[in-house]
Design a binder for this molecule. Structure first.
Ligand SMILES: NC(=O)c1ccc[n+]([C@@H]2O[C@H](COP(=O)([O-])OP(=O)(O)OC[C@H]3O[C@@H](n4cnc5c(N)ncnc54)[C@H](OP(=O)(O)O)[C@@H]3O)[C@@H](O)[C@H]2O)c1
Length: 240
């Protein structure tokens, strides 16, 4: 087990891709700390991962600096931190509610900044940060200007930090469409039809699962020669 005796923090680990990553890290022997804003959701996720041994839950809002500071003080030293937190607003630009746009940028960009700011001096040698961008950076969807901007911004963010905080490694995963709870809200009740249509267009012929992204996360944690990278795990969506 490559992650045995290592501590892996997954901010956003209460559902979707984050839960998939936490489960994979736990199966690989890590102690996992899953973080989100709802204790109830985290408790359910902990049960879904496995027995409670090596699983810790922590309620914190990644966009709130004092909560991030308290979280990381309470965890202490750790090996890897991954963040999948998102609060995404899709709106036409002429009507964009600026508070919603700020919420999107806070969740995708400011959260990671705070996590590095307060986590960088607690990370053990060989450790890494992994953040989550997305296909919208390369294939923006309707009403998706701010999500596209956040995802594209993260590409530069990890490249800059990979230099600034070296030798700690900093990487980005850019998922394509993955079947997670986020689609219950953004699909407008049309998830099955949208997925069928996209699966038919993708070279791989299917929508992604959290496990597909979790495999990429394990690679980025384990490969000590990879930093500043954006790893696309999108079923070939950038080719269509
Ligand atoms: N699913 C896809 O098709 C897809 C495609 C491209 C990119 N992505 C990206 O992949 C990442 C994960 O998405 P997902 O589909 O797994 O979404 P998800 O199922 O909604 O998971 C996001 C998790 O983050 C937590 N969270 C949200 N805001 C937070 C905050 N401020 N502080 C702490 N935790 C917070 C949520 O829990 P609480 O609300 O309880 O805090 C939730 O458990 C996101 O960056 C998303 O943009 C996803």
């Amino acid at each position: 087990m490559t992650l045995a005796n290592q501590t892996v923090i997954v901010v956003g680990g209460g559902s979707g891709i984050g839960l998939g990553i936490a489960r994979a890290a736990w199966k690989d022997g890590a102690k996992v700390v899953i973080v989100g804003r709802s204790q109830e959701k985290l408790d359910q996720a902990a049960v879904a991962i496995g027995d409670r041994e090596r699983i810790q839950t922590s309620v914190a809002d990644a966009t709130d600096e004092s909560q991030v500071k308290t979280l990381l003080e309470s965890v202490g030293s750790f090996d890897h931190l991954l963040c999948t937190a998102v609060s995404a607003a899709y709106q036409p630009v002429r009507e964009f509610e600026i508070d919603d746009a700020r919420r999107t940028l806070d969740s995708k960009l400011i959260g990671p900044l705070l996590l590095v700011k307060h986590g960088v001096d607690r990370i053990r040698p060989g450790g890494s940060f992994t953040f989550t961008g997305g296909i919208a950076a390369d294939r923006p969807g309707p009403r998706g200007s701010i999500v596209a901007a956040a995802n594209a911004g993260l590409v530069g963010f990890v490249r800059a930090l990979a230099l600034e905080i070296a030798p700690i490694r900093v990487n980005l995963i850019s998922p394509g469409w993955v079947d997670t709870p986020v689609w219950d809200t953004i699909s407008g009740g049309n998830k099955a039809a949208l997925f069928e249509q996209m699966a038919g267009r993708l070279p791989v012929g299917r929508i992604g699962a959290p496990e597909d992204i979790a495999q990429a996360a394990l690679y980025l944690m384990g490969n000590t020669f990879t930093t500043g990278e954006t790893l696309h795990v999108d079923g070939g969506q950038r080719l269509i």
